[in-house]
Every structure is written in C-alpha cells, then in structure tokens.
Ligand binder design. Structure first.
Ligand SMILES: Nc1ncnc2c1ncn2[C@@H]1O[C@H](COP(=O)(O)OP(=O)(O)OP(=O)(O)O)[C@@H](O)[C@H]1O
Ligand code: SF4
Ligand SMILES: [Mg+2]
Length: 408
C-alpha cells in the first residue's frame, strides 16, 4: 500500500503485529468511528475556507466524525487549529461572501452544510444549542438575565409568560444558581463570570437540545469555577441523554469527561480514539506533545509545562507533506514530502502519521534526529519526558481527572 509501511505496534508494554484490518485511506480521519444507526450527527469531509486578500484560509480542511446520541466528543487543539470554525460551521454561523463551506454534516437526517440559515432556524436552540467561550458575547448586557431565559423559552416553546418564568427559574436552579428568583432580576454584569456562564448554559439547555456544542466554555474562568462548570455540563448531559461536542485547547479538560477525543491540527483531525485509548496509547506526535504540556492537576503549581516547539502552521500556505513536520521531533524526509494517510489501528483508533509513537520506526526516527541534533528533537530530549513516561503520565492524568469529576 503506498505511503504506509508495515510496523509493529507497542501497546501498553505488549508488542503486537499490525492488525490485518488496519487500513490506510486518503480520506480525513474519524468518519468510521462508532458509525451506526444511532448516530445523531455524521460529518463527512467538512471544509470551511475563508477567502482573504492573502489567499484562502483553510480553517477546517476535511473533517469527518460521527457522534452517537448521548455521547460526548472532545475536540482538542492549539489556538488556530480550527475548533471554533468547526463548531460554527455545524451551527451554520459562518456567514459572509468570503466563506466557502463544503462536505456534509447530517443531523438526524438533515443536512446542515450549504443550506440557508433560515432553513435551520427550527433546529437552533431546539435541537442544537451552543455555549460560547465568553458568556458576555452571548448574553445581552442591557437585558435582565431572567428575561433572556424566558424570551428564549417563549420563542421556541410558545408557552405563556407565567409558564416561561416558572421554567426559567427551575432552569436557573438546575444549573445551580443560588437564589434563582432574585438572580432572575439581575443584569449580566451583576453576576460573576461563573454565574454568567451558568446562565448561558441554562439558555442553551432551555429547550432540551439533543446536541450541545460547548466551545471553550470555561477558558475565561478561574480553575475552581472551571471544574464546577465542566461538572455541571457533564451532569446535565447525563440527565438529559444529550450529545455534546466539548471544544478545548486543553487535553486535561476532556480527560474523564468525554467518550472520545478528536485532536485537531491545521484544520484536520490528526488522531481520534476513545478517551481511555487516547490517553493510554497515544500515537500521533502532536497529541503526545499536547499531553506533555498538561500539568498534573494534583500538582498544577509545581509542574513545568512543556510548550510545543515552533508555531502553528500558516493556514493559507501550509507546509507540504505532514503539516506538523516543521515542529515534529520524529520528522523524517518522507514527512516533508508525503501527507500521511489515515490509519485505523486497534479499537477504532485513528491517526495520521508515517512514524506513529510507540513503533520501532518511531524510535529509530527519534534516534536519527537526536544524533543529527535536530533542534525540535533536542528540545524535547532536554525537556524531557521519555516516551514511557508520556504513557504513564496519560494514564495518571486520566485517573486523576476521573476521580475529581464528581467534585463540585
Ligand atoms: N472569518 C474569518 N476570516 C478569515 N479567517 C478566519 C475567520 N475565522 C477564523 N479564521 C481563521 O481560521 C483559523 C481557525 O480559527 P479558529 O477560531 O477556529 O481557531 P480555534 O482552534 O478555535 O482557536 P482558539 O483556541 O484560539 O479559539 C484561524 O487561523 C483564524 O484566524
Ligand atoms: S512523524 Fe512525520 S508524519 Fe508523523 S507527525 Fe511527525 S512529521 Fe508528521
Ligand atoms: Mg476557538
């Protein structure tokens, strides 16, 4: 098969020959994972490009995944990797004549891509809702929070004013806003950042959506409040059997809170697996670098963060071959020439790399680069957490966050 060599995978200390079913395809990662009739959302080769004077910004460049009812997908990547554009594309919120979207996103049999926003208005809020990073951008600063919740309820559910008020107060209580009746009369600026985010979550949940897109819902909040909001979202998701796409730049945020994780780089998903597999058996060097940069939650103040060397790629003129090649400690000549194909390994673990972490070829690539003094390799080596430590660290972080999930 062109572009892919046989290799031996090392999985949790065990050495296994490549599975015969392991396949390489030219399509983007993720389309086949957990695909079944219960899929709520099926995304295929989704692209959103923006035409700007300097050229075409390929913000989302061939993303595929599917999401089952009640499941949570974490979408993780550095700033500029296309996470928000992906969420906004699913909500049909990227408007303007310079926006070029293609591919497909089918939600319960309805196409979301390439249709006029007014054709989807009945889906927004009712079936698909979104929570944004900064609640101040989604809340109206001059309208009392209670009215913002009731307006949403009345618009979508057509209930009386009194019923809407009663429902709104119950919703505010369900997102654990203390003294919900008095907070009903408050303006957004009178609430803390965490309370404002709870209000925007209440609005998003008001009509019982089947899918919630949460785009960095806790980035603007301090660490303690972050945990509370993430736990609130997880609790609401469970109680409502709602599917969720949780977007974040922090791999630590999605550990223990998602069923699957998709790692985005330069507008594409480069690795996707169940959360447990991704943390214990990382394959893509970019995911490994993200993992290395997570501080241990029990010791956040004392853990040195390893930043990923180099800058995210130019999305107008991305590097040829693998887009991570200029920053990758394992990069070999082939990486600069050939885009790696998608590989489907064990347990529906998908990744796109010529020299996946944990293989003999990866180790040889590391040794060659280290001997040659490749700066990106030396930087990691002198950082340094060894590959074995990375795996142990993944499992440790997962266990750490899983046990802290219940705390609010
Ligand atoms: N309307 C637009 N016109 C041109 N380029 C855009 C537009 N919106 C987003 N982009 C570009 O698309 C790329 C992806 O942006 P996006 O906001 O999705 O990143 P992100 O992964 O959400 O980052 P962050 O973690 O900082 O929120 C960026 O390079 C951004 O500058
Ligand atoms: S080893 Fe090569 S293909 Fe894999 S991420 Fe690094 S540069 Fe890309
Ligand atoms: Mg964003």
């Amino acid at each position: 098969m062109p572009g892919i060599r046989n290799f031996t995978l090392v999985i949790r200390g065990e050495r296994r020959e490549r599975d015969p079913s392991m396949t390489a395809t030219s399509s983007a990662i993720g389309g086949r994972l957990n695909r079944d009739s219960d899929d709520l959302l099926v995304v295929e080769d989704l692209k959103t490009h923006f035409e700007v004077p300097a050229g075409m910004v390929k913000a989302v460049d061939g993303v595929s995944f599917s999401l089952g009812r009640g499941r949570t997908l974490g979408v993780v990547g550095e700033s500029g990797s296309g996470k928000t554009v992906l969420s906004r594309t699913l909500m049909n919120l990227n408007l303007g004549s310079n926006v070029h979207s293609s591919g497909s996103a089918i939600f319960e049999g309805r196409q979301l891509v390439g249709v006029k926003p007014k054709q989807l208005r009945d889906l927004w809020g009712l079936d698909i809702a979104m929570v944004f990073q900064d609640p101040m951008t989604s809340l109206n600063p001059v309208v009392k929070v209670g009215r913002q919740v009731t307006e949403h309820i009345r618009k979508h559910l057509g209930v009386s004013k009194a019923e809407a008020r009663e429902t709104a107060i119950q919703l505010l209580r369900s997102v654990r806003i203390p003294e919900a009746e008095s907070r009903f009369e408050a303006y957004p600026h009178e609430l803390s950042g965490g309370m404002r985010q709870r209000v925007s979550i209440a609005i998003a949940l008001a009509c019982g959506p089947k899918l919630l897109l949460a785009d960095e819902p806790t980035t603007a909040l301090d660490v303690t409040v972050q945990h509370q909001i993430l736990n609130l979202l997880a609790q609401q998701r469970r109680e409502r059997n709602m599917a969720m796409v949780l977007v974040t730049h922090d791999l630590g945020v999605v550990a223990g809170r998602t069923d699957e994780i998709a790692v985005m780089y330069a507008g594409r998903i480069v690795e996707k697996a169940s959360t447990k597999v991704l943390f214990s058996d990382v394959r893509h060097p970019y995911t490994e670098a993200l993992l290395r940069s997570i501080p241990k939650t029990s010791n956040r103040n004392h853990t040195r963060l390893a930043a990923i060397a180099g800058r995210p790629p130019d999305l107008i003129n991305p590097p040829s071959g693998c887009k991570f090649s200029p920053r990758c400690p394992y990069a070999q000549p082939k990486c600069f020439e050939e885009e790696p194909p998608e590989v489907n390994a064990f347990e529906d673990h998908l990744f796109s790399c010529h020299y996946p972490v944990g293989t003999e070829e990866n180790k040889a690539a590391w040794d060659r680069n280290l001997a040659a003094g490749r700066p990106e390799t030396v930087a990691v080596a002198t950082g340094s957490v060894s590959e074995v430590d990375i795996r142990a660290k993944g499992e440790e972080i997962l266990a750490d966050l899983t046990t802290s999930e219940g705390a609010d």
